[in-house]
Design a protein around this ligand. Structure first.
Ligand SMILES: Nc1ncnc2c1ncn2[C@@H]1O[C@H](COP(=O)(O)OP(=O)(O)OP(=O)(O)O)[C@@H](O)[C@H]1O
Ligand SMILES: [Mg+2]
Length: 230
């Protein structure tokens, strides 16, 4: 596999709850793919398996560059009391590429500044995360994730809490990065957002119910089936 992400007969469950049973899925590289499905259908679990934070019980997950994955976790998984500022949080996005002792270079600082501006965080740079609104915190998390400049970017419910302008900024950057060769995978309930991606994967009942272009996948009957299966 030269590019992209492949899951082959992947089974995974939490204590007692089986989520996937031999799930097979191909996510092409250098594109934006939206994963949609009802609450509990396994979207976050799928992103965790791809990112390597969860291990499959069986099956294989093939990622071209497993070191190069940036994951923006779902909002409710982030500590709100972590005592750092917005600018520090976004700069943390550069840590992995800095290594333990290297100092941030001008290029690193430019990348951090770029993503702070991209999500309209300039006026909030010195604010503590705990003092932010939900949408402001989500914008910080997105800026931190994109600042990693990873070849694979995984976004879990990226539009939660975002106003219309911020959603538009997010869409713009997802489009731009995918055009430039980044593999972007977003789990979302936002059908409008999913409609802007190159491809959609619809999960339900632990299976892939449909995969293809947004117009193929986001049909009323498919979405109704996904809701019924959960
Ligand atoms: N840490 C956990 N321990 C036990 N069960 C879990 C855990 N996390 C998720 N689950 C269960 O696994 C299933 C899939 O959950 P997951 O969070 O992947 O769904 P999701 O599609 O992301 O849902 P949402 O739309 O609410 O974000 C659900 O039945 C959920 O209850
Ligand atoms: Mg989720």
């Amino acid at each position: 596999m030269a590019d992209g992400i492949r899951l082959e007969r992947v089974s995974f469950g939490y204590n007692g709850t089986q989520v996937f049973d031999e799930l097979t899925l191909q996510v092409p590289g250098s594109m934006g793919t939206a994963v949609i499905g009802a609450n509990g259908s396994g979207k976050s679990t799928l992103l965790g398996l791809i990112a390597g934070t969860l291990r499959p019980q069986s099956g294989s997950i093939d990622v071209r560059n497993p070191e190069g994955i940036a994951l923006a976790v779902q909002h409710n998984q982030v500590s709100e009391t972590f005592p750092i500022t917005v600018a520090e949080a976004v700069a943390m996005g550069r840590w992995r590429s800095l290594g333990l002792w290297r100092r941030a270079s001008n290029a690193d600082r430019a990348i951090v500044d770029y993503w702070i501006a991209a999500f309209d965080l300039d006026d909030l740079r010195r604010r503590r995360l705990g003092s932010l609104s939900g949408g402001q915190r989500q914008r910080t998390l997105l800026a931190q994730t994109f600042a990693q400049e990873s070849p694979i970017v995984l976004l879990d419910e990226p539009t939660v809490g975002l106003d219309a302008e911020s959603r538009e900024r997010l869409r713009f950057h997802v489009d731009r990065l995918a055009r430039a060769g980044t593999t972007v995978v977003a789990a979302t309930h936002d059908v409008e957002l999913a409609g802007r991606f190159d491809l959609c994967v619809l999960l339900g009942g632990g299976r892939v119910l449909a995969t293809g272009t947004p117009s193929d996948v986001l049909t009323e009957s498919n979405l109704a089936a996904a809701l019924t299966l959960g």
